[in-house]
Each structure stands twice: as structure tokens, then as C-alpha cells.
Design a protein around this ligand. Structure first.
Ligand code: PEP
Length: 251
């Protein structure tokens, strides 16, 4: 039985006071979230505040990116050890915004996955195709390649220590959600691809869906057999919406 996980990706949003209000709201509603694990991945500048507010609560937290390096002259980067020092459990790896705006390729993403594990963090590995790739009929080729890069760099047993998030790029922040069937098809493909390397790892892998998941569409998406939770962008910035999604993951 895979535990559902609902993780918020705040991206570059929030202020010290707005996140306090947001986290108060999320913590306040956690009593009704009985099955799912809930986490928020915040801008790194807010980590100390988030740690202070969430320590001892049922909500975990994490970063949005990690350096491949452990320390040194890498201006603006955050090392895995730094995220761990601020109590992070998770770190998002290879988000499509990092891949497209910061030139992260499959190799870099694989190295980041390894760096996260080395620091004791649980990487949330984002994979997904662009609209052009979907329309070109190469969704599975792209997603398979993104997964294989991590498996060949880190090994299947290390992949098993992370979480995969299927995030079709065309659905992120656009309001266009994959239909439950479209999402389920790719999730089943991802699970089969991992299972081909190791069946127990494939069966146990938590595979989240991300891409305009919201309070209105979450239940249907989360009801799919191979969807084990969500990586939530915009809707994670409103406590009530985020909690509705987390409760939908209870079922
Ligand atoms: C994301 O940023 O990972 C994401 C899924 O964003 P949104 O929910 O806003 O589409």
C-alpha cells in the first residue's frame, strides 16, 4: 500500500507574513487529513520561518532545488546539507521550470537526485513532456528518457528512495489539467518502466501528478490507480484549497 503524498510547490511566492497565515491555515486543517502525508516546498529564504512554524506538526517541508555540489564557490546555490540543516525532508528535483529556464538537462537532474540522497533528503523527481512532445506522440519516449537518466546514474535502489512526479509541462500553471485518463496512462507507463528494472520498486514507487491540480479536479485524478498524490503549485498557496486536495488524497 503506497501512502498518498500531497506536496505544495510554492515556487517564488509569498512573504514572511503571508506564509505564516498560510501555514496556520494548513496546520489548522490537518486533523481531517488522516491518510495522506502533507508537505510544502518553499523558497529557500523562508526555510527558517517554515521550520519554526512546522516543527512538531504533521506537515513536512522541503526545498525546491539543490546544488550538485556540497559546498564552495557556487553563488546563489543551496547545498543539500543546508536544506537538511533546516529540517527539510523533501527537495524538488528537475522541475520543468528549472529544466527550461535554467538549462537543467537529464544528467544534471540525475546528479541532483544523487546529491539529495547523499544529504539524506527525499528527492521529488519531476518528469513530463511539453505540448509539442505530446502532440508529436513522444510522451513515453521523453518521460522514459528522463527516468532512465536517474536510474543509470544513481541505480534503481536509489530511485526507490525518492518520489516521482509526473508533471506534463503543458499543464503546469496553465489551468489545463491532464484528464484523469491521460494522467493515469502516463503514471501506469512510469510504474511499468520502473518495474521493468525492479518489480518491487515499481509497485512501491509513489508517483504524484502535478499540473493545475486544484480543489475541484483533485478527487477524480487521485482516484486513479497509479496516482499516489499530487505536486501542487498554485492551489498550494491557499490553505483551504490545499487542504481540500489533501483530504481528497485520504480516500
Ligand atoms: C508545479 O509547479 O509543480 C505545479 C504543478 O504547478 P500548478 O499546480 O500551478 O500547475
Amino acid at each position: 500500500m503506497r501512502q498518498p503524498l500531497v506536496a505544495g510547490n510554492w515556487k517564488m511566492n509569498g512573504t514572511r507574513s503571508s506564509i505564516q497565515e498560510l501555514l496556520d491555515g494548513v496546520k489548522g486543517g490537518m486533523g481531517e487529513v488522516t491518510t495522506a502525508e502533507v508537505a510544502v516546498c518553499c523558497p529557500h529564504i523562508f526555510l527558517a520561518d517554515v521550520q519554526q512554524q512546522l516543527q512538531g506538526s504533521a506537515v513536512a517541508w522541503g526545498g525546491q532545488d539543490i546544488s550538485v555540489h556540497e559546498s564552495g564557490a557556487y553563488t546563489g546555490e543551496t547545498a543539500g546539507g543546508m536544506l537538511a540543516e533546516f529540517g527539510c525532508k523533501y527537495v524538488i528535483i528537475g522541475h520543468s521550470e528549472r529544466r527550461s529556464y535554467h538549462g537543467e538537462n537529464d544528467q544534471t537532474v540525475a546528479e541532483k537526485f544523487a546529491a539529495a540522497r547523499k544529504a539524506g533528503l527525499v528527492p521529488i523527481l519531476c518528469v513530463g513532456e511539453t505540448l509539442e512532445e505530446r502532440e508529436g506522440g513522444i510522451t513515453e519516449e521523453v518521460v522514459g528518457r528522463q527516468l532512465d537518466a536517474v536510474v543509470s546514474h544513481c541505480g534503481i535502489d536509489t530511485l526507490a528512495e525518492g518520489v516521482v512526479a509526473y508533471e506534463p509541462v503543458w499543464a503546469i500553471g496553465t489551468g489545463k489539467t491532464a484528464t484523469p485518463e491521460q494522467a493515469q496512462d502516463v503514471h501506469a507507463f512510469i510504474r511499468a518502466r520502473i518495474a521493468a528494472a525492479n518489480s518491487a520498486v515499481g509497485e512501491g514507487m509513489q508517483i504524484l501528478y502535478g499540473g493545475s491540480m486544484n480543489a475541484g479536479n483533485a478527487a477524480e485524478l487521485l482516484a486513479q490507480a497509479d496516482i499516489d498524490g499530487g505536486l501542487i503549485g498554485g492551489a498550494s498557496l491557499k490553505a483551504a484549497d490545499f487542504l481540500t486536495i489533501a483530504k481528497a488524497a485520504n480516500a
